[in-house]
Design a protein around this ligand. Structure first.
Ligand SMILES: Cc1cc2nc3c(=O)[nH]c(=O)nc-3n(C[C@H](O)[C@H](O)[C@H](O)COP(=O)(O)OP(=O)(O)OC[C@H]3O[C@@H](n4cnc5c(N)ncnc54)[C@H](O)[C@@H]3O)c2cc1C
Length: 245
């Protein structure tokens, strides 16, 4: 069981994941393990010129009993919090409070799941996926559908492609809403592909009602949730959502 507590987090590494997304690796300054469930988020307390603000960020890494955890932050134009985090220097520390959230998946859960994300909505799903793969061989089929505008916006692509190649249970699908002429993959918004993938997962896994985890901005999350409950008839308890706005 995890419970939220305040702690100091120091930035130990950072790298760009795309032109607008920066991955930040923090470590608890007290060197204690950050205990959390895959899918949970932390609040960062940001000392902005106008006063402190809190911003929530889902943890992108899987819990591993260490003080370290990764976040991936989209730079929102004119967004004070995300712009601050894109400027944060290695060695600087922030107050954090967490973990929080009920959008979680038990790494040992035997139920197949379709994980749907746009943009940095992939972060909690990456945590769930890494934790499930780490939990062992009996992991059920886990399929990811990731949506972005351009090819350059696809984050964690190399890693997820490598994991999918190495595991028959993992399928990784990308759709681009503004893919260029050379893009060979799926096109359009995620919602255009959810019915086909959900039904194929049900068929392949032999489970008529796989779970659906949906994370991103409200407009996408609400659309996919309506689709799930309506057209696809996914049981209410099998639909899990997290909204970033
Ligand atoms: C539970 C939870 C988890 C979150 N996890 C993440 C995360 O892992 N990574 C992340 O980048 N953000 C995440 N967010 C959003 C984050 O908390 C901030 O809202 C975001 O960084 C914008 O803050 P800001 O101060 O820069 O801009 P603000 O001025 O506060 O926000 C401006 C607008 O930015 C938009 N926005 C918010 N998040 C995003 C986004 N990710 N991509 C595009 N537009 C966005 C919204 O429409 C918002 O109204 C999460 C939010 C919640 C509630």
């Amino acid at each position: 069981m995890t419970h939220a507590e305040p702690f100091e987090a120091r930035l130990v590494a950072a790298r760009p994941l795309s032109p607008s997304v920066r991955e930040l690796s923090f470590e608890r300054a007290d060197a204690k393990a950050l205990s959390f469930a895959p899918g949970q988020w932390v609040n960062l307390v940001l000392p902005l010129p106008g006063g402190e603000v809190k911003r929530a960020y889902s943890i992108a890494s899987a819990p591993d009993g260490s003080p370290r955890f990764d976040l991936a932050v989209t730079r929102v134009e004119g967004g004070a919090g995300s712009e601050y985090l894109h400027r944060l220097q290695r060695g600087e520390a922030l107050r954090a409070i967490g973990p929080h959230g009920l959008f979680t998946r038990d790494p040992g859960d035997p139920a197949p799941a379709l994980l749907v994300a746009t943009g940095t909505g992939i972060t909690p799903l990456r945590s769930m996926l890494l934790a499930a793969l780490r939990a062992g061989l009996s992991a059920p089929p886990l399929w990811i559908l990731f949506g972005a505008r351009f090819e350059a916006d696809i984050i964690y692509r190399d890693e997820l492609e490598a994991l999918a190649r190495g595991s028959g249970r993992l399928r990784y699908e990308i759709t681009l809403s503004r893919g260029g002429p050379s893009w060979p993959g799926r096109r359009g918004y995620v919602q255009a592909h959810v019915p086909e993938l959900y039904r194929a997962l049900a068929e392949e896994s032999g489970d008529p009602a796989p779970h659906l985890f949906i994370c991103g901005l409200d407009r996408m999350v609400s659309t996919v949730r309506e689709l799930a409950r309506g057209e696809l008839g996914v049981p209410r308890k099998h639909v899990h959502v997290e909204r970033f706005d």
